[in-house]
Design a protein around this ligand. Structure first.
Ligand code: AMP
Length: 576
């Protein structure tokens, strides 16, 4: 199927999801049935029923040996019928383990397709064709690729996309859809590229209709960089000269060309706005034509919504795409939906999707096809890709919220295994996010601070064990310092505990087998250090998501080094 994009194609795809999914499976099986991996189960057949009966549902550990053999130089057909030309690497996990997945150019085409569909949808909804009427200030980053022992490139999915001919030759490039030239996106030094993105965005401020990044975290990081660099940025704009530390020559030359010459008027404006003590609404003040913020704010990125709303005066936040290193999944066809209501419509031409009902995991006979999921039910996605993953459990839990034509739409609920537990109680990502939402309400209404990042772990080194949350705080007003009020912080601990379920409360208060929840406030910049730690292990900064729970002792050590103060809940939450 051709991947060229028009919005009406989305109607055709979603209307014919069943047939398209069957065709995709047929195509995948025909391509892969003679691989060493599938041969064992299918003996050369590409029959759907046989596939469902014989091919096991697997996790990473099951396919890792096959993937590693190809990475080490054995032929692609150990696992993939098509040529494996590169690997994409997933980002940080709670345990700090990175997985690699075999792909080829077709994966990049599919990712490009998702990006194109999502741009068409946002253009339509904001009635403002970015290509004709304005630009997006997009904080997109690249990273140096590493190599497998056999010399194949390994990178994040977005790095593989930015490095590809698909990106280089994309049609929207002729319209300069981004304020930054490609050289800034491709610069492998993320500090230089973040600075240059800001410089390009500021010097074209009148053209910016949207501010975007892949994940919310990357956008908050860009705003932090603006706080650090605004004086230098405005001095560059005043002189028309890019700072000497921007040494990446392609980046430097392309940004100098955009800067043109000195612009003292713009420099004054940047100084005036940024020296204001309050940074509330700074995005709309600096980029007055911006109509939307675009980045993923579902799942663990939901923690950044209050910060983005603060900086943007509550511009609509559109969360458009859902995908992973294993496969692209879907797109949000209703960009104006509130972040908490966002659902993703799966694209049936990308991979073959099946769904394992949550709570029935032990019986694989319960697995259903994409078009057979039931409204309101919870599932874990099982993906069969073109590149060697067959009935692979992705580990994301989704809930069916509706159908677009005949294709289901899903709300992202949580990662499957990220739980916090010290006893028999368990906390999912969703539970933790609910608690954080309550606690930040207390923090923001009773102090001068906002939460910039958090993660947590279950400390069972003492008895009773207890939950530890690491919080990085920042003053709302730029020139203020964070005031740590013991009473307010204890109330934040309490708000978290109060949001937890009855079992937690019983263990905590009646039985005393869970200890008082603790918040450890860490120095500013700690979560950047944590990101650097994960990136040093092979992650990418654009794709990075702070793990909601951590169980790697090395990652915990990064945090422990920076603890400023500890606070505990002063009383147990009432039993429900
Ligand atoms: P990676 O393989 O490193 O790109 O990470 C993929 C994972 O990121 C997915 O399996 C999800 O858990 C998470 N993710 C990606 N897109 C979204 C989204 N739109 N909303 C929530 N979580 C997402």
């Amino acid at each position: 199927m051709s991947l060229s994009v028009e919005l009406k194609d989305l109607e055709v795809l979603t209307t014919n999801a069943k047939q398209i999914q069957d065709d995709v499976l047929k195509e995948i099986l025909t391509l892969n049935t003679n691989t060493e991996y599938l041969q064992r189960f299918l003996h050369g057949s590409s029959d759907k029923e046989l596939f469902k009966k014989n091919v096991p549902v697997v996790s990473y550990g099951d396919v890792k040996p096959y993937i590693e053999r190809v990475a080490n130089g054995e032929p692609s057909d150990v696992i993939s019928g098509g040529p494996v030309t590169r690997f994409v690497q997933s980002t940080g996990t709670s345990g700090g383990i990175h997985k690699i997945f075999p792909v080829n150019d077709k994966y990049i085409e599919k990712l490009g397709y998702l990006v194109d569909v999502s741009s068409l949808i946002t253009s339509k909804h904001f009635n403002d064709n970015v290509a004709e009427k304005g630009k997006k200030m997009a904080f997109l980053y690249n990273r140096l690729e590493s190599k497998t022992p056999s010399g194949l490139p390994v990178s994040s999915s977005f790095t593989s996309y930015f490095m590809s001919d698909y990106f280089k030759n994309r049609p929207s490039k002729c319209n300069s859809e981004y304020t930054s030239p490609d050289q800034v996106i491709l610069c492998p030094d993320n500090n230089q590229s973040i600075y240059c993105h800001l410089l390009c965005g500021l010097s074209q401020r009148g053209k910016v209709v949207g501010v975007s990044a892949t994940f919310a975290h990357a956008l908050v990081k860009a705003l932090n960089a603006l706080q650090i660099y605004w004086k230098e940025l405005s001095s560059n704009i005043r002189s028309g000269h890019v700072s000497e530390w921007i040494t990446d020559i392609n980046c430097r030359n392309s940004v100098s060309a955009i800067l043109g010459g000195p612009d003292p008027e713009l420099a004054d404006l940047v100084e005036r706005e940024c020296s204001n003590n309050s940074w509330e609404g700074i995005i709309t003040r600096l980029w007055p034509k911006a109509k939307f913020i675009e980045c993923i704010v579902t799942g663990q990125m939901a923690q950044y919504i209050p910060t983005l709303e603060f900086y943007s005066n509550k511009l609509p936040i559109v969360s458009m795409i859902y995908g992973s290193s294993e496969s692209i999944f879907g797109v949000n066809v209703d960009p104006l939906s509130k972040p908490q209501d966002v659902s993703y419509t799966f694209l049936p031409n990308i991979s073959y999707f099946e769904f394992l009902p949550v709570d029935h995991e032990e019986d694989m006979n319960n697995i259903v096809d994409l078009v057979d999921v039931k409204l309101g039910c919870y599932y874990e996605t099982v993906v069969t890709s073109y590149f060697g993953l067959h009935r692979y459990l992705v580990g994301d839990i989704l809930q069916v919220t509706g159908f677009y034509n005949n294709t289901p739409q899903f709300r992202f609920v949580r990662r499957k295994n990220t739980v916090l537990t010290v006893n028999s109680e368990t906390k999912t990502e969703e539970d933790i996010l609910k608690g954080i939402a309550r606690a930040t309400l207390v923090l923001e209404s009773s102090s001068n601070s906002m939460l910039m990042g958090f993660t947590c772990y279950a400390d069972i080194s003492t008895f009773p064990g207890h939950y530890v949350f690491y919080w990085e705080l920042k003053a709302k007003d730029v020139n203020d310092v964070v005031e740590l009020d013991e009473k307010v912080m204890a109330e934040c601990c309490y708000a978290l505990e109060e949001s937890f379920d009855a079992l937690y409360k019983r263990l905590r208060s009646k039985e005393g087998s869970v200890g008082a929840l603790e918040i450890r406030v860490v120095q500013q910049g700690t979560f950047d250090s944590l990101m650097e730690y994960f990136i040093s292990k092979g992650g990418s900064s654009a794709q990075y998501k702070t793990p909601m729970c951590i169980n790697s002792s090395e990652a915990l050590a990064v945090l422990e080094d920076k603890v400023l103060a500890r606070f505990y809940s002063e009383k147990s939450p009432p039993l429900n």
